[in-house]
Design a protein around this ligand. Structure first.
Ligand SMILES: [Zn+2]
Length: 429
């Protein structure tokens, strides 16, 4: 997409007034030299390191190309970087060949400058399933471009115009709403997709014009909801706004630390964990009457936790949480028995959710038994319905390692370091 088309599209989504404010703010965000941004970024990193937190910063390759020493220095200190496109443009507007050329140039720049990468985040969080498929041909482990939206705090001081503007922005991101969906990783075209949560700093401060008090409230509310549900909260805070959002971030992290069981990790740690979790297989063997022994394989990660879940009134509750090997009580085998054929999509779905399952035997009673089906969607819906209407205990792997109840990751996209990088998004080669 060329510069004018891009600007036109952003204007359409955001209304003229806020787009003008946006362009004014851009001039305030980026200095004429890299120094103001570098100071903010290094303060951000120091602030997190003082709390033992490793952040993840997706950065455009052209920015790495222009300021390699800044990124190498921070990488040496333990910061994770990821690729945020070659330039900061809308990748859904490129042809397959153009997108591949961008990805190859971006990867080459990271390699030439010795900046490691494991993941990718699409600029503007805009991507199509085809874009993700193309991305999966390269050596990325994760993508973090899917957006889960969380409700704004009640009584937030917003005009109807701001609320409409917010809704339009959400539409451009193609968000999944938190009330209808989960917020944890999933396997997407061979990549681990790690959803990012909104509202982020950009929406709260620039689009909605809120101060640090309300930004903290919005983020702490997301933390509380993700903690209650056992979900993941991937925060987006652009480093150039660190000084402005510092107290809100401190409030969020203090709340997370008080909860005492929130896993705070960089995105590559979360992706690696997810790969380990979905690769875990367990053997469930009858021991004595009503008792089952659950063993992991030799390769099972010691951080894997096993739970027994029950459904009461369609609400899932955990009753037991223990490490492997584990002994559990249940009349029927506490796994899902599936009559063949078992489709690969079904296996991926059950592993994603953490349920233990096996090909059904005729002489065995199961907590949940389902028919395999050539239609995955039909089989999956039937499976969910049966799990939720069963009152029998069922084994399930915990979402997070080491007894953590939920997870939090601090990320911040680096679209540019100075005003010249900003203009390179449109005109760079
Ligand atoms: Zn960006």
């Amino acid at each position: 997409m060329n510069a004018l088309a891009l600007i036109r599209e952003r204007f359409r989504a955001r209304s003229l007034k806020y787009s003008i404010i946006r362009f004014y703010n851009l001039f305030m965000r980026y200095g004429m030299t890299p120094l103001p941004f570098a100071v903010n970024l290094e303060n951000f990193v120091r602030f997190l390191f003082a709390r033992d937190i490793n952040p993840t910063f997706p950065v455009t390759a052209i920015t790495v190309h222009r300021h390699p020493n800044l990124f190498r220095r921070l990488q040496d200190q333990g910061v994770e970087f990821a690729i945020h496109g070659y330039r900061h443009i809308d990748y859904t507007q490129l042809t397959p060949t153009e997108m591949e050329s961008h990805l190859e140039r971006a990867i080459q720049i990271f390699k030439d400058n010795h900046i490691d990468y494991h993941g990718f985040r699409f600029p503007f969080l805009r991507r199509t399933p085809e874009c993700v498929m193309r991305l999966s041909k390269y050596d990325f482990i994760w993508d973090s471009s899917e957006v889960v939206s969380w409700p704004l705090p009640e009584n937030i001081p917003l005009t109807d115009l701001r609320r409409n503007d917010y809704q339009q922005i959400l539409n451009t991101y193609q968000v999944r709403e938190s009330r209808n969906t989960f917020s944890y990783p999933w396997k997407n075209s061979g990549l681990i997709e790690i959803p990012v949560s909104v509202p982020d700093d950009d929406i709260l401060s620039e689009r909605l014009g809120l101060n640090a008090h309300w930004i903290a409230k919005a983020w702490i509310q997301i933390l509380q909801k993700t903690h209650k549900r056992g979900d993941l909260f991937v925060l987006q805070l652009h480093p150039e706004r660190f000084a402005m959002c510092r107290s809100a971030l401190a409030g969020l992290l203090n709340s997370a630390m008080k909860m005492n069981n929130v896993w705070i990790a960089a995105l590559h740690e979360i992706a690696q964990w997810w790969k380990t979790r979905i690769a875990t297989t367990c053997e469930v063997i009858a021991s004595s009457s009503g008792q089952w022994m659950v063993h992991g394989s030799e390769l099972t990660d010691s951080r894997i936790q096993l739970g027994l879940c029950y459904f009461e009134n369609h609400q899932q509750t955990w009753k037991v949480l223990q490490a492997l090997p584990a002994r559990v009580k249940a009349k029927d085998k506490p796994v899902i028995g599936i009559d063949p054929p078992i489709r690969k999509e079904m296996i991926d779905f059950l592993k994603q959710e953490g349920y233990l399952f096996e090909e059904a035997r005729n002489d065995q009673m199961y907590a949940v038994k389902i028919k395999g089906d050539y239609c995955f969607e039909k089989a999956k819906n039937e499976c969910i319905r049966k799990i939720q209407s069963s009152s029998k205990p069922l084994l399930k792997l915990a979402l997070w390692p080491d007894f953590y109840q939920s997870a939090l990751s601090i990320t911040g996209d680096i679209d540019g370091v100075d005003i010249w990088d900003y203009w390179m998004r449109f005109y760079g080669t």
